[in-house]
Design a protein around this ligand. Structure first.
Ligand code: SIN
Length: 331
């Protein structure tokens, strides 16, 4: 059976254009369709080998504008293709800015059986397609090599030749081509000349603590979870304002993730406000604003607030939203 690689376009800098080939910052993201990106890449035929491409544009946005409706649409298309026996793997072209969030979201909502032997690979670019030296074409070829690789499975990201797992990947640089890290976990591997060199075996899809069926996701309804940060001089004012009764028609805050300092610590005034709203039924989760490492639980200040089990603030927010959704469906 002829196997397929599915390409889903979401926009981003990889699909961006600038007036000048030397301008790598003053461009418009999400200008070219994924079909155009692929047809401008003759080498793709070689990398695809005997796989047929299937192409679909799911969204066309700068990923800073990513939201729940686009995630719902994407999850439903990915789940559809994953279930087809002739699909070998999927490649998603995406903006770098929220790529780690989309990857994590997909890794929690896609059916584990669909990911057991197939990879969903997110890729991106730091320079627009019109750049003198764009990085998108190579990233796209690497993503295809990864999606086809025999041992690839789960939700992965590839950028600048480095392969990351959805749970660990994080953008840490606003300009460099190699903008992502997997922090303490380290990358899963590298794509070199069309071949994947694993430095860790590709992990099986991790058991997800909450089960939210794709069919349960609704573009119109998602629990509102906000992120606040601890910093010198932080107070409880933001938390209290967020959790004040919502004006008619707007959703009330159901959860707060606090990006704590260091080991997830929070200013005593902020902590008092968080304890207060937690007592009123708002879920509070404590992460660290440090780019690497995770909260080490103990008797640190703030230890009375649950920690994020190693998730970064943005990923802890997604986990909490999905947990709240799952608990709603249980009644
Ligand atoms: C975006 O995230 O869509 C714009 C920035 C980028 O892709 O690097």
């Amino acid at each position: 059976m002829l196997k397929k690689i599915v390409f889903l376009g979401m926009g981003g800098t990889i699909a961006g254009t600038a007036e000048s080939a030397t301008d790598n910052v003053g461009y418009q993201a999400a200008q070219l369709g994924v079909e155009q990106l692929l047809s401008a890449l003759p080498a793709l035929r070689v990398t695809l080998a005997d796989h047929a491409p299937v192409v679909e544009q799911v969204a066309q946005i700068d990923s800073k504008d990513m939201g729940w409706p686009q995630w719902c649409a994407l999850a439903s298309r990915v789940a559809h293709y994953l279930a087809l026996p002739d699909v070998r793997g999927l490649v998603i072209t995406h903006g770098t800015d929220t790529l780690e969030e989309t990857a994590f979201f997909l890794s929690w909502v896609l059916p584990a059986e669909g990911l057991a032997h197939k990879a969903v690979v997110l890729t991106c670019a730091m320079r627009p397609s019109t750049s003198l030296s764009p990085d998108g074409p190579q990233n796209l070829l690497d993503a295809v090599a990864l999606a086809r690789a025999p041992d690839a499975r789960g939700v992965l990201a590839v950028c600048a030749g480095t392969v990351h797992a959805a749970r660990d990947v994080q953008k840490v640089h606003p300009y460099r081509l190699d903008a992502f890290t997997s922090g303490d976990a380290g990358p899963l591997g590298y794509v070199e000349e069309g071949r994947v060199r694993w430095v860790h075996p590709c992990p099986p899809a991790a058991p997800v603590p909450v089960q939210v069926a794709i069919g349960q996701l609704s573009a119109q309804h998602w629990p509102r979870v906000e992120i606040v940060m601890n910093y010198a001089g932080a107070t409880g004012a933001t938390v209290r304002a967020l959790c004040a009764p919502a004006p008619h028609g707007s959703a009330s805050v159901r959860g707060i993730v606090v990006a704590g300092t260091g080991n997830g610590t929070v200013h005593q005034d902020l902590e008092a406000a968080l304890q207060e709203v937690q007592g009123q039924g708002v879920r509070v989760v404590r992460a660290t604003r440090c780019a690497w490492g995770q909260v080490v639980p103990g008797t640190e200040p703030g230890a009375g607030l649950p920690h994020s089990e190693g998730l970064s603030p943005v990923k802890a927010r997604i986990a909490l939203m999905l947990e709240l959704l799952a608990s709603e469906s249980k009644g």
